[in-house]
Design a binder for this molecule. Structure first.
Ligand code: RP5
Length: 160
């Protein structure tokens, strides 16, 4: 199976990024996590993206806050799918990162999830791999079914 690359701009992003890692682990999807910044370590971020396809990755998740250029900078250097997680790490509560991540110019797409949406980023990455992996697609379907059961159980136990 292809790996998912998870890149975060700072170690301070780890509490949110950990949720993406946990989701991939639950689905038995191989991954690598790195701290590369579009601003502080641009060469390393670029090298990761340039070599990602040859290094066995199938998609990249990029998590960054503030003026979050990481997802776009990675996407500029690979045609692998790049999923951006805008992080709520500044006084602007993530709106800065959301707009920086989502407003990509034509030709360089970034699939942006919600602010701090790490679980959905991992699920979207899994869905990308599942296009050509029936076993993974089945795991994703089972996960959705289990979540639906959990919601309906909460509905039944409502007392108000
Ligand atoms: C961004 O700046 C990082 O992704 C992080 O969310 C934010 C703050 O980084 P630190 O100053 O905590 O390292 O590049």
């Amino acid at each position: 199976m292809k790996k998912i690359g998870i890149i975060m701009g700072s170690d301070s992003d780890l509490p949110v990024v950990q949720k993406a890692v946990d989701t991939l682990i639950a689905l038995d999807i191989p991954y690598e996590v790195h701290i590369y910044s579009a601003h502080r370590t641009p060469e390393e971020a670029r090298d990761f993206a340039v070599n990602a396809r040859n290094n066995g990755f199938g998609a990249i998740i990029a998590a960054a806050g503030m003026a979050a250029h990481l997802a776009g900078a990675l996407a500029a250097n690979t045609t692998l799918p790049v999923i951006g997680i805008p992080l709520k790490s500044s006084v602007l509560d993530g709106m800065d990162a959301l707009l920086s991540t989502v407003m990509m110019p034509r030709g360089i797409p970034v699939a942006t999830v919600a602010i701090d949406g790490a679980v959905n980023a991992a699920l979207l990455a899994a869905e990308i791999l599942a296009v050509s992996d029936e076993s993974l697609a089945e795991k994703l379907a089972l996960r959705r079914a289990a979540e639906a059961v959990a919601v309906l159980e909460k509905d039944k136990s409502l007392t108000i």
